[in-house]
Write a protein that binds this ligand. Sequence first.
Ligand code: SF4
Ligand code: SF4
Length: 217
Amino acid sequence: MKRDVDILEISDGRFYRENDMVKADCGGCVGCSMCCRDMVDTIVLDPLDVWHLTNRLGLSFEEMLDKQLMLDVFDGLILPRLKESRETGECPFLDGDGRCSVHADRPGFCRIFPLGRYYENGDFTYILQVKECPRPKTKIKVKKWIDIPDMDKNRKFINQWHGLQKEMQDRLAQCEEVLQKNLTLQFLKIFYLTPYTKDDFYAQFESRYRTIRSILQ
Ligand code: SF4
Ligand code: SF4
């Protein structure tokens, strides 16, 4: 999700790569689940997040839309996000002990938090958001904090996905309403509603990426 903010106001002013040390380790969040209660409606899921969660839970994307996820509009695109409890605002994956029940397969947003991504010139660096988590933190290597396999493939995917969303937004801004609706629904169908297999995610994403590219040409 795009945020129009002054980077110096929300971060420590530094840009981090995977091998840098960053003061992000909040010690396993013991006794705290604040961001799993207060920020749920901003946690948008990318196709990799959906692949992780559907595989883990043995549910289809549409089955998850019943309970754990919902569709919302972000910068003109229809995208899934976590669905907070109406009563408590909590994430559906927060367990009774205040812990994440899908920790190994948590969405990318949760995985990097309190880091965020800063996109520039077709690539991204990480920033440390200094206003989001009140806990004292210790230093940790960025890649250890994020702890995602196939980091190079993941970076390529994140950049492609970010670039594609931006391109879609630009294209939608130039379309008439009927075409906008059609394109938005095709995007949703290609990347979310069409089921993924358990095989390598990145290969499946590449194939779908080629499909949308041919539509956008
Ligand atoms: S606010 Fe910080 S310490 Fe609390 S759950 Fe979130 S990341 Fe963990
Ligand atoms: S998926 Fe896990 S880490 Fe992310 S908000 Fe929900 S409970 Fe918290």
